[in-house]
Each structure stands twice: as structure tokens, then as C-alpha cells.
Design a protein around this ligand. Structure first.
Ligand SMILES: C[S@@+](CC[C@H](N)C(=O)[O-])C[C@H]1O[C@@H](n2cnc3c(N)ncnc32)[C@H](O)[C@@H]1O
Length: 173
């Protein structure tokens, strides 16, 4: 899914210059990481976390490693590196990857605890939605929203339009 102007215009309302943010499960695509790095600027930091290390072969990802405000970290959720904490924002494109086996509908509470622990109170969980996800979430099969309500009940939805859904962490429990 290409990242739309609508998405970036609205992500900018939740991610600011100097923020500390992370993209989890980023895979080999560099567009979100680059966009976040541009928003947070040189005083901010973007942590990319993925269990694979796609950087050896992928030229775009190799280039990213040379940017001063991006750190690409190899880790397998629910474990997160210590520095991926006290974040202003966590972005996950294809939230389905938070399920241990995609599409089987099972949830590992520890994964959501890790996402919760990574964010400070007031921080945002930012979910870009592809067209299939948009149809499901707004057309009677809101799987992501149900999961967040069950696993992250103190996260409040603050934006839900087109290709973007945003939740805010409202307390520390
Ligand atoms: C389809 S890929 C890339 C999805 C990416 N968000 C995108 O929009 O292109 C899913 C990625 O999730 C990563 N992944 C799956 N389970 C993971 C886990 N438990 N911890 C960290 N990364 C994981 C895989 O290594 C893979 O790169």
C-alpha cells in the first residue's frame, strides 16, 4: 500500500518534531520509516523493529541505516529492545502481524503488553489501513478494533478515517 497524502497530513498531528517513535514489523519497505524520520527531524528518533534482518540485501534499508535519526533493530515481539520505551508514537502497518499466526484470530496478550509498555501515557498507536482493512474495520468486521478493546482497554480511539486509525494511551495501567 502506497502511503497517501491523507495519511501523512494526519500522522503529523500526532507525531511532532523531536518525538521518539517506532515502526514495528516494518519488513523491507522504507517509506514509513523515512516519512517518520522526516517528521521527527534530527532531534527525534525513529526505531524500526523487525525480527528479520532485511538490511543485508535491501539497498533502501541499507541507506536508512546511514540516517542519523533512524535505528533499525532486530527483535522478535513480544520482546522489545530497552531503548524502545517511553515513546510518543508506535506505528504498525498491517496490524494483523501482532497475531502470532496471521489470520487465525488468536492474540498473545504479551504482544499488546509490549506495545503498551513502549508508549508513554498520551502517546499514540498509529495504524495505517489498506483498502481491505478499511472495509473490514468499518463494514462489520472490526477485528483490529475488537482486539484493541480487549487487549488495550485504556487506549482511546482519537482518529478513524480513510486509511488511518489512531489510538491514544490514556493511563498507565
Ligand atoms: C508482511 S511483512 C511486512 C509488513 C509491513 N508492516 C509492511 O507494511 O510492509 C511482516 C513483517 O513482520 C515481521 N514479523 C513477524 N512477526 C514478528 C515478530 N514477532 N517480531 C518482529 N517482527 C515480526 C516479519 O519479519 C516481516 O518483516
Amino acid at each position: 500500500m502506497a502511503v497517501s497524502n491523507h495519511l501523512w497530513e494526519n500522522v503529523r498531528k500526532y507525531v511532532r518534531i523531536g518525538n521518539r517513535v517506532s515502526e514495528l514489523y516494518h519488513g523491507e519497505r522504507d517509506d514509513i520509516l523515512r516519512g517518520l524520520a522526516e517528521i521527527v527531524s534530527e532531534n527525534g528518533i525513529v526505531y524500526g523493529v523487525d525480527q528479520l534482518n532485511p538490511f543485508a540485501q535491501n539497498k533502501n534499508m541499507q541507506e536508512l541505516q546511514s540516517l542519523s535519526n533512524i535505528r533499525l533493530l532486530k527483535a522478535t515481539l513480544p520482546s522489545l529492545p530497552a531503548e524502545v520505551s517511553d515513546l510518543d508514537g508506535v506505528l504498525i502497518r498491517e496490524f494483523i502481524w501482532t497475531y502470532p499466526l496471521p489470520c487465525n484470530g488468536s492474540e498473545n496478550p504479551q504482544t499488546y503488553q509490549a506495545i503498551n509498555a513502549a508508549l508513554h501515557v498520551g502517546g499514540h498507536l498509529i495504524l495505517p489501513l489498506n483498502p481491505v482493512e478499511q472495509t473490514a474495520e468499518r463494514g462489520g468486521h472490526p477485528m483490529y478494533q475488537h482486539t484493541i478493546r480487549r487487549q488495550l482497554p485504556h487506549f482511546q480511539k482519537v482518529y478513524d478515517r480513510e486509511d488511518l486509525m489512531v489510538y491514544q494511551k490514556t493511563n498507565s495501567s
